[in-house]
Each structure stands twice: as C-alpha cells, then as structure tokens.
Ligand binder design. Structure first.
Ligand SMILES: Cc1cn([C@H]2C[C@H](O)[C@@H](COP(=O)(O)OP(=O)(O)O[C@H]3O[C@@H](C)C(=O)[C@@H](O)[C@H]3O)O2)c(=O)[nH]c1=O
Length: 196
C-alpha cells in the first residue's frame, strides 16, 4: 500500500495492491500506520457507511467536520474533492479520481475534515466510506456541484440529485468577497492555476 499526496493538502490517494488468484482478489483497504505517516497526524475511524446509487446519480458536494476514506466497491464513479477552506492556498481548486471497476481503480481517497467531496455514478455504484466521527446532521456543510468557479468537468449537465444537494448554494456565493473569487469573477485568475 502506498499513500500519495495530492495538490490539495489533506486529500490523499491510498493506492491499493490487488492480489488476484483463481478465487477472485484480495486487497488491504487501509493501514493506519501508512495513513498516519502521510497525514502527519493521528486519525481514527468511528463509523462505516455504504450507499447504493443508480447510474447518473451525483451526490455532493458535502463538507463535513470528519475525515473520510472513500471507495467504490462495485460499478464506477468519478470522485471529486474540492477545497472550500478560505485560508487554504488551493481554495476553490479540485482533484478527480476514477474509482471502481476498470477503467477505475480499487484505490481509496482520503478526504480530510473540512474538504468537500462529491461523486458521479457512471454505472450503478456501491460506495463505501469510513468516517472519523459519528453522524451529526447539525454539523454538515456543503456547496453546489455545478459552481463554474470550481469548474468540474462533470460527465453530464443533468445528473440526478437529492433535493438537499440541489438546494446547496455555490462556494463562490458563500465566499463572494474572497480574493480568489473576485479574481475569478474579473477574469484575472483561473481556479485551476491555484493548484500550480
Ligand atoms: C451521511 C449519513 C446520512 N444518514 C441519513 C440521512 C438521510 O436520511 C439519509 C441519506 O443522507 P444523504 O442524502 O445526506 O446521503 P449522501 O448524499 O449519500 O451523503 C454522503 O455523500 C457522499 C458524497 C459522502 O462522501 C458521504 O460521506 C455522505 O456525505 O441517510 C445517516 O443516517 N447517517 C450518515 O452518516
């Protein structure tokens, strides 16, 4: 298992090694020591979640005050992690991963508390996530999947969304006075350049 950093601090790619044999495969889903070393801080998981979605569903962006380790157990999904932390040098930027059945991978994505994540289902999808705190609806945050300030190249402009996700406001509205939002609005700086 190899844990790789990404341009967004707190978003890690947990590269798994898939061991195939005549029965199928085996893989380790995470190792506390490898994650702790890559994160530079201790972590623990307190709850496990499993959702099933049909093809064309998009869930997110959800920004929650707990760490998450996400995976696609079956089907294939586009996983997107965006940075809504106003003090972060990568505020508004995003990274993407294709997880699940080939051409996706069996890797996992670690999403630190405070980041936002979303996924789009290319097929029917079983999505797993371990989280570092028990669910508390009062502390959940989120922002719109379709904010041009974030600029995700989603596979469709008309995904199936929950009413809650449909009603989320844009990050660029939540932080309308942020210098990066102003620069983007005035056409002076693209958000993608914040990853450089
Ligand atoms: C997240 C969660 C939801 N629920 C309930 C609330 C609601 O009645 C039902 C469905 O909730 P939601 O519509 O918010 O579920 P969903 O949109 O699937 O939320 C998930 O989105 C993806 C992107 C993630 O990464 C997850 O961590 C989680 O935020 O399940 C729990 O009971 N426990 C939980 O931990």
């Amino acid at each position: 298992m190899k844990v790789e950093t990404t341009p967004i601090e707190g978003c890690l790619l947990v590269r798994t090694t898939v061991l195939q044999d005549e029965r199928g495969f085996f893989l380790e889903t995470y190792k506390q020591s490898a994650l702790t070393e890559a994160l530079g801080r201790p972590h623990r998981f307190a709850q496990g979640n499993h959702s099933r979605s049909r093809a064309g569903v998009l869930r997110g962006f959800h920004a929650e005050p707990w760490d998450k380790l996400v995976a696609v157990a079956s089907g294939r999904a586009l996983i997107v992690v965006a940075d809504p932390r106003p003090e972060s040098p990568t505020f508004g930027a995003h990274v993407t991963f294709e997880l699940g059945d080939a051409p996706g991978t069996r890797d996992r994505v670690f999403v630190a508390a405070g980041l936002g994540n979303a996924f789009y289902c290319h097929t029917d999808v079983d999505y797993l996530n371990d989280v570092s705190a028990e669910f508390d609806p009062a502390t959940r945050g989120g922002f719109s999947w379709s904010d041009p300030f974030i600029g995700v190249a989603w596979p469709t402009e008309e995904p199936a969304l929950s009413p809650k996700d449909m009603s989320l406001s844009r990050l660029s509205e939540q932080h309308a006075d942020h210098p990066a939002v102003i620069a983007w609005r005035e056409g002076r700086q693209s958000v993608a350049s914040r990853l450089a």
